[in-house]
Design a binder for this molecule. Structure first.
Ligand SMILES: Cc1ncc(COP(=O)(O)O)c(C=O)c1O
Length: 379
């Protein structure tokens, strides 16, 4: 039996070069970047270099990057940091029904704090309607948060069009780019993005690393209190080794971006081709026009998600029912429910997601094993 990890959208292995990069900052260069002695200065340089490089990777400037503990913190900080400084202007905010819980639950919290939230619907491909967004905008709308690429389906939104619409209306635009950063080219300026969240562990950096881009001039209040790190926007001693790792992982991902994109396209086509050859019935959940290729979400009619996942696991294949937060529970995914309503399709879906360590051979094995299991279970 082979072991094939196909859950890279949940988390990814740390790249060997990233591990090498971190070690000196755990062993010799362990200083606190706020210290003035040589140990501190050495650590400070890591932060400066990483900030410059990561800013450049999204066409931003170094003062616009805040290092965080990952996607969840970046999303929370983006939303709470801006709305708390704009409450005088209005208390209406907009997001979508298919966001990751890091965004969705932050908006639920805003409702408790007296904000009015519009949750945009999506079509059966997981896409919002620009017209609905336009119609939802009000005089008192202060923030719109729409994800770049959905973590369950891989569906992408029209970030550029949304950005230019919101710029015209002078409304802040946050995008959760956790599943997009490192796989496609992103220029925050060109896309008119005011705030962007990214997470390290989706791009082969350790868990607990990430960043938030906050465009210069965007009103923003810190949400935690302590030292003056990150230009008083995020208190706490920085995760120096983690930031060194994030910088290295981002450099590798951005260098190999096009190659990885093409590889993942091939992987998804290979899996589908094998299922077609094996005459397996499946439905693809997502858009075949607006998507990123590392996520392949499919429903196998008549086969229950949980049963399929357990059988895949027994065959050495690690896949998922969707977001890691809902995996293991029997709740149907909020993303698929937003796309299809209470349909059987939401109860037979599996997400395969590709990354480091996958190759055509192990992808082929996984597809054949999946076909065998689906045949057996749907008998
Ligand atoms: C789209 C999206 N946003 C946010 C997060 C949360 O990121 P983290 O696990 O780094 O907190 C995830 C993680 O699955 C995600 O896929």
């Amino acid at each position: 039996m082979k072991n094939v990890y196909l859950d890279h959208a949940a988390t990814s292995p740390v790249h060997p070069e990233v591990i090498e990069e971190m070690i000196p900052y755990l062993k010799e260069h362990f200083g606190n970047p706020s210290s003035i002695h040589q140990y501190g200065r050495r650590a400070r340089k890591v932060l400066d270099d990483a900030r410059t490089a990561i800013a450049a990777s999204i066409g931003a400037s170094r003062n616009e990057i805040i290092f965080t503990s990952g996607g969840t913190e970046s999303d929370n900080l983006a939303i709470l940091g801006t709305v708390s400084s704009l409450m005088e202007k209005g208390k209406h905010v907009i997001t979508t029904k298919v966001e990751h819980h890091a965004v969705l639950h932050t908006f639920h919290e805003l409702e408790k704090r007296g904000f009015e939230v519009t949750y945009l619907a999506v079509d059966e491909y997981g896409r919002i309607s620009l017209d609905e967004l336009k119609q939802s905008l009000r005089e008192d709308t202060i923030l719109v948060s729409i994800m770049y690429c959905n973590n369950e389906t891989g569906t992408t939104q029209d970030i550029k069009e949304i950005g230019s619409l919101l710029k015209e209306k002078d409304i802040l635009f946050h995008t959760d780019a956790v599943q997009a950063y490192g796989l496609i080219s992103i220029d925050a300026e060109d896309l008119n993005i005011d705030l962007l969240s990214a997470s390290g562990h989706k791009i082969n950096s350790p868990k607990g690393t990430g960043f938030l881009y906050v465009k210069e001039g965007v009103p923003f209040l810190p949400q935690g209190f302590g030292g003056e790190q990150e230009r008083k926007r995020r208190a706490g001693t920085e995760n120096v080794a983690g930031i060194a790792a994030l910088n290295k992982a981002a450099a590798i991902a951005n260098k190999e971006r096009e190659e990885r994109f093409a590889q993942y396209m091939k992987y998804r086509e290979t899996m589908k081709k094998i299922w077609d050859e094996e005459s397996i019935e499946y439905l693809e959940n997502g858009s075949d026009e607006f998507f990123l290729p590392h996520i392949l979400n499919v429903s196998f009619p008549g086969v229950k998600t949980e049963v399929l996942l357990v059988n895949l696991d027994l065959a050495g294949i690690a896949a998922s029912s969707g977001s890691a937060c809902t995996a293991g529970s029997l709740e149907p995914s909020h993303v698929l429910t937003a796309m299809f309503g209470e349909d059987e399709r939401t109860k037979s879906s599996v997400r395969f997601s590709f990354g480091l360590g996958n190759n055509l051979e192990n992808i082929g094995y996984a597809a054949i094993e999946t076909a065998k299991i689906v045949k057996r279970l749907s008998k």
